[in-house]
Write a protein that binds this ligand. Structure first.
Ligand code: NAD
Length: 259
């Protein structure tokens, strides 16, 4: 499949109100910075405070745990209170898997305990709930946008959405993130655009660089992934699409529309 470039000139986010989960570091933080650079106002939600990002009149931070509905809803409510509307949402908060889903733990009576759901709760339930809230809040303010212009949601998938080279829990969630697009694209079409980015190995705090080096694969800067997110926010023609990013090269892969 052909690769394409994304030029900074093609990104248009002036005066948009953008909410980003997992915005304190890595891909989320790079997206916060790119959106600010292009004139947007940004609210970042994260369980940890942002690294080297000062609040301004165009950038606010809210502490949130995306696995908790009330906490997550609070970020949307707060963003609306501050800025009056929400145009685009990046459902990006995620964790790498440190557990094995099938790992069997027994209680003191020798009974099987439920599986560790942390990765599923953050990477899947957190994203689903973010999409649910985003669809509601973006549509609520549609009259504030130009005629025919739609707000959008971008979710963070992964190369693990197509293959399995990581622990099971993570692969389950990243396949499921594409399932969210396939499952909701028709329900939401014409009201909110829903797309995904699927980054290859990216230099963030999530995966130790020594581990990536041991695989003998290259690693991209998070700023390159941020560009694909900003393109999906900008381009009104994009709905139910997945942009795979690898070292400044982008491909539209496995369009959710085409299956
Ligand atoms: P990162 O660790 O730098 O960023 C993830 C952010 O999510 C962190 O700031 C973290 O505090 C936040 N977060 C975690 N749990 C949270 C919770 N319960 N509530 C709110 N915030 C929470 O890593 P990253 O690589 O930038 O990851 C961002 C996304 O990119 C994730 O969804 C990840 O799965 C995906 N991704 C990463 C890579 C990679 O190689 N780094 C590749 C493909 C996809």
């Amino acid at each position: 499949m052909a690769t394409f470039q994304i030029s900074d000139d093609s990104l248009s986010l002036q005066d948009k109100i953008i909410l980003i989960t997992g915005g304190a570091s890595g891909i989320g933080k790079a997206t916060v910075e790119l959106c600010l650079k292009h004139g947007a106002t940004v609210v970042a939600g994260d369980i940890n405070p942002p690294q080297d990002l000062e609040e301004t009149d165009r950038f606010k931070f809210v502490k949130v745990d995306v696995t908790l509905w009330e906490s997550l809803r609070g970020v949307f409510v707060q963003a609306e209170k501050w800025f009056g509307r929400i145009d685009h949402v990046f459902a990006n908060a995620g964790v790498a898997t440190t557990t094995d889903f099938l790992d069997a733990k027994l209680d003191e009576n020798g009974e099987l305990l439920p599986p560790n759901m942390r990765t599923i709760n953050v990477n899947l339930i957190g994203v689903l709930n973010t999409v649910h809230l985003a669809a509601h809040f973006i549509q609520k303010h549609s009259r504030h946008r130009a005629e025919g212009e739609l707000g959008s949601i971008v979710v963070t998938a992964s190369t693990s959405s197509f293959q399995n080279f990581s622990a099971g829990d993570y692969t389950i969630t990243k396949h499921a993130v594409l399932g969210i697009i396939r499952g909701l694209e028709h329900q939401i079409e014409g009201q909110v655009r829903l797309n995904a980015v699927a980054p290859s190995w990216t230099a963030t705090g999530m995966i130790p660089s020594a581990f990536i080096e041991s695989l003998g694969v290259g690693v991209q800067a998070p700023e390159l992934v941020a560009k694909s997110v900003a393109l999906l926010f900008t381009d009104q023609q994009r709905h139910a699409e997945v942009i795979y990013s690898w070292d400044g090269k982008y491909q539209e892969v496995n369009k959710a529309k085409g299956g």
